[in-house]
Design a protein around this ligand. Structure first.
Ligand code: ADP
Ligand code: GLC
Length: 503
């Protein structure tokens, strides 16, 4: 792990430091399937630099590599009741510290010994009922009472419900809760009987519209959003979008109702992990000063390792993504033959929907030397694509924030994005007259619009390299760090705690 200078504000003392508990289902470097894992790693570190004390609570999944589990310290264990029948389950707390952030991993083999880390909703619902309740119980057990419990996505969304019912009167009940929506598409929907049984939450909660969808089904995320003290989502535009039927995933009216306690704070990236100047995974590290001579070395290395035709003049389009409908892959599929002009290469890294996996494999066989489809999850390849590609595709149908365009910009790889969610908030469109912008954008979700944006990028790349390089330099210098957003979170935490002090 890299060294972090923990510069505490002068007035910070152990007593005055805000205590924040993060609760979520994944966290880099232990376990990551997407951007949630990145945020659970990077935001606590940024808050630590702002003078907070931060603990991250996550499940001790079997799939966490041994190199991390072997360094955990046992902090204690206890039995906890769960389910309507009050069955008891083991809760172990295994702890480690990385650069000042404390990680408490909840140990229970019945729930966490299978899956990668998710399995299917039927099993995941009991798993995350257990996890949400165990997180609160662990905080009380550790006698560490946070000012704020910051919960993430549906998997941690029962925390505010447990906190305000089963944990009422215990130390942890004094905390304020924040629930962040990273992706509203996944909500933890199941039959009322299933959740009632596993959560063991009071019966009356199931009689109100907070949890219920209809007489048979309920929704964990909906319940958490209703009972949490504050809701954030990961960009300002997504905060607006989810209040409309097109993006609300059935919860738009619920979110409009709760809009007074909803705000958007855009994600950043960890600029130490994602630093092209120090990145050991690259063929040739480079900076905004050296990219002209050195980024090309990464392009050559990428072409070589991906068995692509070696040619500095070709334009490489990169894609690193979960292969799901969310990511606008049907648009890419629709225009693929039009991308292939003999001078353009495409490198894909991702896993997911078999439909997209086989489409990209098909294009690889159809266009040898011009397309490379890497159907796998691999951090090293991801770094090398961010560095070696010239432009980066993120044409998402919806995108709460999106981190890949931020990483691409940090690596001087020009993003081509659809103007939705965080993509709209983070990528300024190229403006030829003003020589401004750091990417190419389009709005309507249509293959032709994406093709038009790619063609605009190609025109600049192939015919006006001076302006292209200027844009590369601008994207590399753009602030994509967590600093500004971590301060916004801190202001939010402060205001929630001040409200408490005044009431
Ligand atoms: P989402 O969370 O919706 O998947 P984000 O853009 O927020 O999208 O974050 C995706 C993260 O996962 C980025 O760090 C990206 O580099 C990483 N990632 C996605 N797919 C892969 C893959 N196949 N191999 C390595 N990293 C990947
Ligand atoms: C989700 C979203 C993505 C966001 C990430 C981290 O997975 O799909 O847009 O960047 O969470 O907040």
């Amino acid at each position: 792990m890299s060294e972090v200078a923990v510069a505490l504000p002068l007035e910070s003392s152990a007593e005055s430091r805000r205590k924040i508990a993060f609760v979520g289902s994944e966290c880099y470097p232990f376990v990551k399937t997407g951007g949630l894992g990145d945020v659970m790693y990077a935001l606590p570190r940024a808050l630590l630099r702002e003078g907070c004390e931060v603990r991250v609570i996550l499940p001790l999944y079997q799939c966490i590599p041994q190199k991390f589990t072997k360094n955990l310290t046992w902090k204690g264990s206890f039995m906890m009741d769960l389910t309507l029948e009050g069955r008891t389950f083991f809760v172990g707390i295994m702890e480690t510290e990385i650069d000042g952030v404390i990680y408490d991993l909840i140990d229970n083999k019945e729930f966490f010994d299978w899956g990668n880390p998710y399995t299917g909703l039927w099993e995941d619902i009991p798993k995350y009922c257990y996890f949400s309740k165990a997180s609160l119980a662990a905080l009380n057990y550790l006698e560490w009472t946070p000012d704020i419990i910051h919960c993430h996505d549906w998997q941690a969304s029962l925390v505010p419900l447990y906190q305000k019912t089963r944990f009422w009167g215990t130390p942890v009940a004094s905390a304020k809760t924040v629930l962040t929506i990273h992706n509203l598409r996944f909500q933890g929907i199941c039959s009322i009987d299933h959740l009632k049984y596993w959560s063991g939450l009071p019966d009356y909660l199931f009689n109100y519209p907070e949890l219920k969808i209809n007489d048979q089904e309920c929704n964990m995320f909906k319940g958490g959003l209703a009972l949490t003290d504050w809701i954030t989502t990961v960009s300002e535009t997504y905060a607006e979008e989810i209040q409309t039927p097109a993006f609300g995933e059935g919860l738009d009216s619920h979110l409009r109702y709760h809009a007074p306690k909803l705000s958007g704070i855009v994600n950043g990236i960890d600029t130490e992990i994602w630093n092209p100047d120090t990145d050991q995974l690259l063929a040739a590290p480079y900076s905004a000063e050296t990219f002209l001579e050195r980024k090309i070395l990464n392009k050559r290395a990428l072409q070589e390792s991906m068995k692509l035709e070696q040619n500095d003049g070709h334009m490489i389009l990169g894609l690193v993504s979960r292969l799901t409908d969310q990511k606008g892959l049907d648009l890419i599929d629709a225009i693929f033959p039009s991308l292939m002009d003999g001078n353009t290469q495409v490198v894909v890294l991702g896993t997911g929907d078999p439909r997209y996996e086989s489409a990209f494999q098909y294009y690889e066989s159809k266009y040898p030397g011009f397309v490379s489809a890497n159907i796998t999850y691999n951090e090293g390849i991801a770094h090398r694509i961010y560095a070696g590609a010239d432009a980066f595709l993120v044409p998402s149908l919806f995108e709460p924030c999106g981190l890949t365009q931020l990483i691409a910009m940090r690596y001087g790889t020009v993003p081509i994005v659809r103007e939705t969610g965080g993509l709209k908030d983070t990528v300024a469109p190229w403006n030829a007259e003003a020589n401004e912008g750091n990417g190419f954008t389009f709005t309507q979700y249509l293959p032709g619009r994406l093709l038009d944006a790619v063609n605009r990028a190609k025109t600049l790349f192939f015919t006006d390299r001076w302006h292209w390089d200027e844009m590369v330099r601008r994207t590399m210098l753009k602030d994509v760090s967590w600093v500004k957003s971590a301060r916004q979170y801190l202001d939010l935490y402060d205001s929630l705690c001040e409200d408490e002090a005044e009431s």
